[in-house]
Design a protein around this ligand. Structure first.
Ligand code: PLP
Length: 440
C-alpha cells in the first residue's frame, strides 16, 4: 500500500468485555460440550430477563400506527416531542433544571454519544477517567487523544468511592484536563456515590474550571437502601454538565440502540455551549438515530406498570448482591464490596496473591494446550491469566479488572442471574475455583 492503513492509535481501542468472547468461542470450538456461564456482559436479555408485556404492547401499537412513520428517518438530534419529554422528565427529578429540549441529543445507543463527545474535543483537552471504569469511555477518550487515558482512582478500601485527593492531584498535574467523568451508579464496581461526594467533585470542577460528564445509564437501578442523588441539582448554575442516560439497561432494550445526552448549564460558559453545538452538529452527519425505541421510550417510562416492574427487578438485584457478596467474601485473598447499584461487582485480589504459575485443572487436552499457549505470554496481566483458566476450567466467563483501566488485579462479574439455585451454583463454583487457583 502507498500509505499505512492502520491508525497509529488503533491499539488504544480496547474492550475486554467482548474480546474475552473471541477466546471463549475458540474454547467451545475445541470442546463443543463446554457449557459457558456468561457473567461478562451486562445484557439483561442475554441473561434471560423477560421484556415486560406492556412494553411489547407499546411497541406493537407504534408499529401498527397508520402512516408507518417509525420506519422512516426522524429529526437528526432526536424526535422533537421525545426531546421535549426528556427535558420535562429531567425536571421531575431536578425541579429547577432549565434543560431545553434543544440541548438534548438522542443517539443510537449511549455508546454512539460517548464516541461523538470525545471525538469532538480538541486535541489536548482531556477528560479524567475513573479507574477502574467502563472501557468505552477510556478507550474513546485515549483514542481521540492518541495517548493513554488519564485516570483518578476509585478506592476499593472505601466502598469504591472516588479518591478525591488523587482526582485533584491529577487535575493539578495535568493542566490539559478539561473535564471529569463520573459513572454513577458505577460500572464496573456497583457503587453509588452520595450527594456529598458529588458536591466535592462539583467544587473541584468549579475551582479548576472543568466540565463534568455524568454517565447515569443505571440511575434507576439502585437498592440496599441507597438513593440516587441528582447531579443536575447539585451542579445547577455552577459548572458545565453533561448527563448521559439510555434504554439499554433498566427497560431493558440493549439491542434497541438508544440513548441520550443532556447538556446542562449551557449558558454558563460560551465555550461549553459551542462544544455542545459541535457534538450536535456531528450527530447530523448520521442523519438520525434509531427511530422506534426513542418514540416508545416516554410511553414505557410513564407506563403505570413500569414502577412496580422496576422495583421487582431492583429487589432481585439486591438479593443477588447479598448472595454473591456472602459467597465471595468468604474467599481468602479476595477483597469484595457489595453491589448497591447497576448490576456488576468487581472483587479484587489482595496484593501479591496472583502469581504467574497458578493454574486450574482443564479436563480437555486441546483446551488445556490452547490455554497454556495463550497464557505463556509473560506480558499477560495476571488477572487476565486467571480469567482464562477460570473459564476453561469451569465455564464461568468473567472479565479481568485490568480490562477496565484498573490498577488492581481482579475481575468483574454481572449480578443478573435470575434463578436463585443457578446463582448459588455459579458462585459456589467460582469461590472454590478462586481458592484452588490461589493455592495452586
Ligand atoms: C456505564 C455505561 N455507559 C454506557 C454504556 C453503553 O450503553 P449503550 O448500550 O446505550 O450503548 C454502558 C453499557 O454497558 C455502560 O455500562
Amino acid at each position: 500500500m502507498r500509505h499505512s492503513l492502520v491508525h497509529p492509535s488503533a491499539y488504544l481501542l480496547r474492550y475486554e468485555i467482548r474480546e474475552i468472547v473471541d477466546f471463549v468461542q475458540k474454547l467451545t470450538e475445541l470442546d463443543p460440550s463446554m457449557k459457558i456461564e456468561n457473567e461478562n456482559i451486562g445484557d439483561p436479555i442475554a441473561k434471560g430477563w423477560p421484556v415486560p408485556g406492556f412494553m411489547k404492547d407499546l411497541l406493537k401499537q407504534e408499529i401498527d400506527k397508520p402512516g408507518d412513520a417509525v420506519f422512516g428517518y426522524t429529526h437528526s438530534r432526536g424526535a422533537i416531542p421525545v426531546r421535549k419529554w426528556i427535558a420535562e422528565y429531567s425536571r421531575r427529578f431536578s425541579p429547577n433544571s432549565e434543560l431545553d429540549y434543544e440541548d438534548v441529543l438522542i443517539t443510537s445507543g449511549l455508546g454512539a454519544a460517548i464516541s461523538m463527545m470525545y471525538q469532538m474535543l480538541p486535541k489536548g483537552a482531556r477528560i479524567l477517567q475513573p479507574s477502574p471504569a467502563y472501557p468505552t469511555h477510556g478507550a474513546f477518550e485515549s483514542f481521540s487523544e492518541g495517548e493513554e487515558a488519564l485516570t483518578y482512582k476509585l478506592d476499593p478500601d472505601n466502598g469504591w468511592a472516588p479518591d478525591l485527593a488523587d482526582m485533584e492531584d491529577m487535575i493539578v498535574q495535568h493542566p490539559e484536563v478539561a473535564g471529569i467523568l463520573v459513572i454513577n451508579p458505577n460500572n464496573p464496581t456497583g457503587a453509588i456515590y452520595g450527594a456529598e461526594t458529588l458536591e466535592k467533585i462539583v467544587q473541584l470542577a468549579e475551582k479548576y474550571q472543568l466540565m463534568i460528564l455524568s454517565d447515569e445509564i443505571y440511575f434507576r437501578m439502585v437498592y440496599n437502601g441507597f438513593t440516587f442523588p441528582q447531579v443536575t441539582e447539585i451542579a445547577k448554575n455552577r459548572v458545565p454538565l453533561i448527563v448521559m442516560r439510555g434504554l439499554s439497561k433498566d427497560v431493558p432494550w440493549p439491542g434497541g440502540r438508544s440513548g441520550w445526552v443532556e447538556f446542562h448549564n449551557v449558558n454558563l460558559d460560551a465555550d461549553f455551549k459551542k462544544y455542545a453545538d459541535s457534538v450536535k452538529r456531528r450527530a447530523l452527519l448520521e442523519v438520525c438515530s434509531t427511530h422506534l425505541p426513542q418514540v416508545v421510550m416516554p410511553k414505557v417510562y410513564d407506563h403505570p406498570e413500569f414502577a412496580a416492574w422496576l422495583a421487582a427487578n431492583n429487589q432481585l438485584l439486591e438479593r443477588n448482591s447479598r448472595v454473591i457478596t456472602e459467597k465471595l467474601k468468604a474467599v481468602k485473598g479476595l477483597k469484595v464490596n457489595a453491589t448497591n447499584g447497576a448490576f456488576y461487582m468487581m472483587p479484587i485480589f489482595e496484593e501479591g496473591t496472583l502469581k504467574a504459575h497458578q493454574t486450574l485443572p482443564i479436563a480437555n487436552e486441546a483446551v488445556r494446550k490452547f490455554v497454556e499457549e495463550k497464557t505463556s505470554d509473560p506480558d499477560m496481566a495476571l488477572d487476565k491469566r486467571f480469567v482464562y483458566y477460570l473459564v476453561a476450567s469451569t465455564g464461568i466467563c468473567v472479565v479481568p479488572a485490568t480490562g477496565f483501566f484498573s490498577p488492581y488485579y481482579g475481575f468483574r462479574v454481572t449480578t443478573l442471574t435470575r434463578d436463585p439455585a443457578r446463582l448459588d451454583a455459579i458462585y459456589a463454583t467460582l469461590a472454590k475455583a478462586i481458592e484452588s487457583y490461589l493455592e495452586s
